[in-house]
Design a protein around this ligand. Structure first.
Ligand SMILES: *[C@@H]1O[C@H](CO)[C@@H](O)[C@H](O)[C@H]1NC(C)=O
Ligand SMILES: *[C@@H]1O[C@H](CO)[C@@H](O)[C@H](O)[C@H]1NC(C)=O
Ligand SMILES: *[C@@H]1O[C@H](CO)[C@@H](O)[C@H](O)[C@H]1NC(C)=O
Ligand SMILES: *[C@@H]1O[C@H](CO)[C@@H](O)[C@H](O)[C@H]1NC(C)=O
Length: 481
């Protein structure tokens, strides 16, 4: 059977994965993949912030002595240095396989405005100057990791900045001052600026990028019952082309979390790269949700006569059942019936290429409500149906709804003889359509939030349904105003 071959394969893969040190002991429920297009966007957006940051570089004063012909030694001071402009034009963020990302900033220039002062005994001269620092190239390696809490981390593992051209413009025609700058200050200035750029970048990664990455919702409360665990299972994985982030993707009852009796499937992601980001969302995410709601009794229901619409030709009374269950009416004359139903086991979402479906099974037990209010079981029914699921997407979440299918019912056990279940099937069908489906669809409409950083919106969504997982591609927009 295809199923057992699949199980064997996933078992083998799991064994292989667990035997390699450091690897988590089961597969992620959700994988977010950032493509080179995504990295390009991040580099572009990041540059804006970095440019602002470099504007804030504080440069030290440069002082010293200098020999000028005729005058002899003079004391000089270049002070009040301010960054007057900062332009970063080119940036590229590329994968560093096995480590993280490499950020290269090129085509950058910085303008500095400052004042100079020269003193020789009673003689004092001063003025202002501008420096244009051009052709700055900076290369930064970023190391990606994850904290034990499951949050992503980023650190700078190396940074180097190189300035290849400095131009000075001094007010007035003071050739000796230019010489002073070139011989005494230029290289120091260059050195200071190079190290300040890396210092600012380091600082920006620690105080802006890392906190931003940690806006990733590690656990998100979905409602009063369920939360979703989006903790990282390991450090983001970087290959030649992509950056993969492996999330647990498990929905749990936040009032009491219990271990999940099944694992996530091993997903083999298609090699798509038209979008900035892809999410592979395995059936594990949906099935852990199903388990939580089913175990909490969310899918349990009971039907009593007062819930039956007045126009219904059949009522939940033994009298009304007389024509098709005569023994029921005879044994329990003029009594009410109550049906208690439960979806057992928790229904799992079936993924097949292009289709999503469920085959929930229900157990329904019928009770006679005795005059003492004691409920006496009289028969049990089994109900099966095929339901198709339709998923839709929103800017930050997956929503969906169920399309009911035909129900099939059978009598499992009876203390009142065998009877035709058709009438009950119709009654139950109406009830399920009017209560259970809207209840579940209401939950599905609230949606499953995707693991997104703050201020991120998705657009240009594409969806594929693969065996065991949904594959959602999107472009990303950073929407901070
Ligand atoms: C739901 O119904 C099933 C079957 O009747 C029962 O075993 C289970 O305890 C119920 N769950 C809750 C939370 O009431
Ligand atoms: C998807 O399900 C529908 C309805 O059940 C069916 O008609 C269709 O053939 C299925 N498509 C695939 C690709 O299996
Ligand atoms: C559900 O679908 C399966 C497979 O197509 C079929 O064997 C089964 O009879 C269907 N059940 C119902 C209740 O329609
Ligand atoms: C997305 O879903 C949220 C919550 O259900 C809703 O408020 C919002 O209008 C939806 N946005 C779009 C674009 O459909």
């Amino acid at each position: 059977m295809e199923g057992s071959a699949g199980t064997l394969l996933s078992l083998l893969l799991r064994l292989l994965l667990t035997s390699s040190p450091g690897a988590p002991d089961h597969s992620p429920g959700l994988v977010a993949r950032i493509t080179d297009k995504g990295l390009e966007y991040v580099a572009k957006e990041g540059l804006v912030g970095l440019q602002r940051k470099l504007h804030g570089i504080a440069l030290p004063d440069f002082t010293g002595d200098f020999r000028i012909s005729h005058l002899g030694r003079v004391r000089y001071e270049f002070h009040s240095l301010d960054i007057s402009s900062c332009e970063l034009l080119g940036s590229a963020l590329t994968p560093l396989p096995g480590q993280g990302l490499s950020l290269a900033i090129s085509d950058s220039s910085i303008g500095v405005h400052g004042k100079w002062k020269v003193r020789k005994s009673f003689v004092k001269l001063d003025g202002s100057f501008d420096v244009w620092v051009k052709d700055i190239t900076t290369s930064v390696n970023l190391l990606l990791g994850s904290e034990p809490s499951g949050r992503p981390t980023v650190t700078v593992s190396s940074c180097s900045s190189h300035i290849s051209d400095v131009e000075v413009d001094v007010s007035g025609d003071l050739g000796w001052l230019l010489n002073l700058f070139h011989s005494q200050i230029e290289s120091r200035f260059q050195e200071v600026l190079e190290s300040k750029i890396c210092e600012k970048i380091q600082n920006s990664v620690t105080s802006d990028l890392q906190p931003y990455l940690q806006t990733l919702p590690v656990t998100t409360e979905m409602d009063s019952l369920a939360s979703i665990d989006y903790s990282l299972m390991q450090a983001p994985r970087v290959t030649d082309q992509v950056l993969d982030v492996m999330f647990k993707g498990e929905i749990f009852n936040h009032n009491h979390r219990s271990p999940v009796p099944f694992g996530a499937p091993v997903m083999s992601l298609p090699e798509e790269c038209n979008r900035m980001v892809y999410f592979a969302i395995s059936d594990y995410v949906f099935n852990t949700a199903s388990l939580v709601y089913q175990e909490a009794g969310y899918l349990n229901f009971s039907i009593t006569d007062d819930m039956i619409p007045p126009e219904s030709p059949i009522r939940l009374t033994t009298k009304s059942f007389r024509p098709f269950i005569p023994r029921l009416a005879k044994l329990y004359p003029n009594m009410n019936l109550e049906l208690q139903g439960a979806v057992v086991p928790a229904p799992f979402l079936n993924f097949s290429p292009g289709n999503l479906s469920l085959a929930p099974q229900m157990e329904i037990e019928a009770f006679v409500v005795l005059p003492s209010s004691i409920r006496e079981p009289v028969f049990r029914l089994g109900l099966a149906t095929n339901v198709s699921a339709v998923l839709t997407f929103n800017t930050t979440k997956i929503t969906g709804f169920l399309k009911p299918g035909k129900v099939h019912m059978e009598l499992k056990e009876s203390k009142v003889g065998v009877f035709n279940v058709e009438v009950l099937e119709a009654l139950l069908n109406v009830h399920i359509l009017n209560t259970l489906y809207p209840k579940v669809n209401d939950k599905l409409a609230k949606g499953l939030p995707l693991p997104l950083l703050k201020h991120i919106r998705l657009y240009d969504l594409v969806l594929q349904i693969h065996k065991d997982f949904l594959f959602l591609g999107a472009n990303v927009q950073y929407t901070k105003v």
